[in-house]
Design a protein around this ligand. Structure first.
Ligand code: ADP
Length: 429
């Protein structure tokens, strides 16, 4: 205890002065007492000064050292400061860990105070909402992100559901924004980029609308004819046969659509490609025979530049993709035109191509041809038995074979659809 040690210290000084006084007289004793007291005061003042200086730069490594009573004081001070430094380091470490975890989150995080001012935000939030951390901290969020729906969301204080925010700056994005209050005053604003999900949902909605639309027309025709047949039992045989023929045609159209939809769905299920050795000349003969069958003598069908190659791929899928291209060439080429099939090896890569002298395609349509149900001329596609899914199926199959489709076309002159396979699919002859 410091006070006990102080008493002992001063009693020792007094005892020393008394002893000197007893031996050399009272004057000598008082003189010694005065000197000792003066030295004590100087000692205290000196250490007090050092302590004062230390408080101006209080660090662990510059705590002063001394002796006697002050040694005890400085030792305790050192122990305290060290302990404090340790817990401060620990706190800083924890804070840094939380900050890096916040930074690493794939979602945007903004900490808002009670007045909706930005206290902190991570990098993702900066990118999502175009916030500049160096200038925008302590600014009201809605002054930085000027979006009426966000202002309304914060105003209504109903945070049960996320807000869907469509941003144009810094990029066109769809964000799902959710506010989570986390203590009595502060809130977390979480933002998630759902652009892709939103796109997928739109594609899904469009797809269902398209399928319904495609099925509605033949269904209306079939049910219309069926009702007529029921209402007019005395209909003459020729009209009856004609109407039944039209009904069969429409049912076949629905059948083709359902078949194509099933093919697409099978391909999209992403089952692994069953690879085998495909005999290309045999496949080309099959395609030529099918083309001639479809054309029924209305076109010149030729096979040119047939390199005898073998390919690694799936025979049935490749047959389905290439015959789609061949059937399109026939369907979009008026009678009297020509269709040429070719199989060559260019720069070590096998290339299948089908050229026609048909109606051709304007350049603005070309990038969209492989979209489901995209047609340049809807009625021509329908009258020739098209479903609008052929090239979408082709695209999927080619992707599974890492092949690329190149379309060259000129309206009124003709088209060339070329499929370029990667070199590793080619087997040496
Ligand atoms: P469809 O069943 O309508 O033929 P596809 O997906 O096979 O559907 O083709 C999409 C569209 O691409 C067609 O509707 C047609 O407008 C165009 N197209 C495809 N191949 C050709 C071609 N060889 N010549 C002209 N247009 C073509």
């Amino acid at each position: 205890m410091i006070w006990l040690r102080s008493i002992i210290y001063y009693l020792t000084l007094a005892l020393l002065a008394l002893s000197v006084g007893a031996i050399w007289g009272a004057a000598a004793g008082w003189a010694l007492a005065c000197v000792l007291l003066a030295l004590s005061v100087l000692f205290h003042l000196h250490n007090l000064g050092r302590l004062h200086r230390w408080t101006q730069q209080p660090r662990v490594d510059n705590v002063p050292a001394s002796f006697l009573l002050w040694q005890d004081v400085f030792d305790r001070l050192y122990a305290q400061v060290r302990l404090q430094k340790k817990s401060q380091d620990k706190l800083t470490n924890t804070l840094e860990r939380f900050t890096s975890a916040g930074e690493a989150l794939p979602d945007g995080v903004i900490v808002l105070d009670e007045h909706d001012r930005i206290e902190w935000c991570n990098r993702t939030a900066m990118q999502h909402l175009s916030i500049d951390r160096t200038t925008d901290v302590w600014q009201v969020l809605t002054h930085i992100v000027r979006h009426p729906s966000l202002r309304e969301y914060l105003r209504t204080q109903d945070f049960a559901h996320p807000l869907i925010l469509r941003t144009t700056r810094p990029a066109e994005r769809v964000l799902s924004v959710q506010l989570v209050p986390f203590d009595s005053t502060r809130k977390l604003l979480l933002s998630r980029d759902i652009t892709r999900l939103d796109r997928v949902q739109t594609v899904h909605r469009d797809f269902i609308a398209n399928v319904s639309h495609e099925l509605r027309t033949p269904l209306t025709v079939v049910s219309g004819f069926a009702e007529t047949l029921m209402d007019m039992p005395e209909m003459d045989a020729a009209t009856r046969t004609q109407q039944l023929g039209l009904m069969v045609e429409q049912t076949q159209r629905m059948q083709r659509l359902v078949d194509d939809l099933l093919t697409l769905s099978r391909l999209e299920n992403g089952q692994q490609l069953k690879e085998e050795e495909v005999d290309v000349p045999q496949l080309m003969r099959l395609l030529q025979a099918e083309a001639e069958g479809l054309s029924q003598g209305r076109h010149r069908v030729a096979v040119a530049q047939l390199a005898t190659t073998r390919l690694i791929g799936n025979h049935d899928e490749l047959h389905s993709a290439l015959s789609n291209l061949v059937s399109n060439a026939i369907r979009y080429t008026p009678a009297g035109g020509g269709i040429t099939l070719s199989w060559l090896v260019e720069d070590g890569q096998p290339v299948f191509a089908v050229s026609d002298t048909g109606i051709g395609i304007s350049p603005e349509h070309i990038p969209r041809l492989t979209e489901r149900f995209y047609r340049v001329d809807r009625s021509r596609s329908r009258t020739t038995g098209g479903t609008g899914l052929g090239l979408a199926i082709v695209k999927h199959i080619l992707q599974r074979h890492q092949a690329e489709l190149a379309i060259d076309s000129k309206p009124g002159t003709g088209s060339r659809f070329a499929v370029r396979f990667p070199a590793h699919r080619l087997l040496p002859d």
